[in-house]
Write a protein that binds this ligand. Sequence first.
Ligand code: FMN
Length: 376
Amino acid sequence: MLMYLTAGESHGRNITAILEGIPAGLGLTEEYINKELLRRQKGYGRGGRMEIEEDKATVTGGIMSGETIGSPICLVIENRDWREDKDEKIYTRPRPGHADLAGALKYDRQDLRDIQERASARETAGRVAAGAVCRKFLLEFGIKVFSYVEQIYNARCKPISSAELKELYSKIEGSPVRCPDKGIEKKMMAEIDKAKENNDSVGGIFRVIATGVPTGLGSHIQWDLRLDGRLAQSVMSIQAVKGVEIGTGFDFAEHTGSETHDEIYYDKKRGFYRKTNNAGGIEGGITNGEDIVLRAVMKPIPSLKKPLKSVDIRTKEPVLAEIIRADVCAVPACSVIAEAVVSFELAKAFKEKFGGDSIKETKRNFEGYIEQIKDF
Ligand SMILES: Cc1cc2nc3c(=O)[nH]c(=O)nc-3n(C[C@H](O)[C@H](O)[C@H](O)COP(=O)(O)O)c2cc1C
């Protein structure tokens, strides 16, 4: 069983992630994890916080001499703008679109910071650190997870295929908005600039693609084992993500069955395969050997310099919401976080299928299964 938890507040001493279930013998360094943390921090449209933080994970358990040893992996990321002398100001003007009001009522907190501190996407530094370990685990078996940004506000690029993705990936990684199309990249940046000038915020759409995924992860036999549902839950749990689709997703509504289902072919060398991938690599909650393709939407950031109407929780008087330092757009970062949570969910399904307390054992099980389906 693979599982993880995160702990820590946005301006607390640190963010911690504990990941349990990674087999022993996986080569892993802090540098590898830190490279992923850096990817999360980048992106045009981020606020001042990202200039303060330079996220670095310290491994405090589970890795010795550059290898996992089978015990829980503990990753600690220091918050650089943590201050012991927390200022006395109390926040009482909830921001529409944030967890402030619902959280304060639920947990009976009079200072909205008690909610904001944990609801904040700073927590995702922990998820990305844990996801980096999962990514390294998946790589051992040839599974790679990518992402790119398809839309920011009104600027939209056309979807790219998995084949194009490999070619375009260095462009995506080099783009401040993680967009493969230079012309659209400019338009996306202009949308962010416009929102910033207007003291507003914008959201958008990103895609996550996993390649090299074997047939047979996830299962149809029980609702909570279906991999499409699990991936949707993982990605939807990222702060501000409000929609997830697999493969053709919502566009299925505009097509007939005969137009959309991916016909089945067989080749002695390739085994069973498809010429299309509208299913996004999952049928019946089980991976079918094609790439996993997932698309998600992030809503605009709720903290605004031009605040919306709210009510003071102390006085019950109408006020404008709190103005808090914030990102104008975080869709590029969100796509990197989505890679991390998808990596976790795939690694979890992989561990369920192939087990193993050591990488050697997991590999033996994996290779045996690959031989088995070749001979099917
Ligand atoms: C990478 C990332 C950065 C974010 N930055 C901010 C921010 O600076 N200010 C803000 O109000 N919300 C930000 N959000 C969104 C909020 O965390 C989110 O809207 C809030 O927790 C409420 O959750 P919900 O939108 O899922 O309902 C960010 C989200 C992500 C994924």
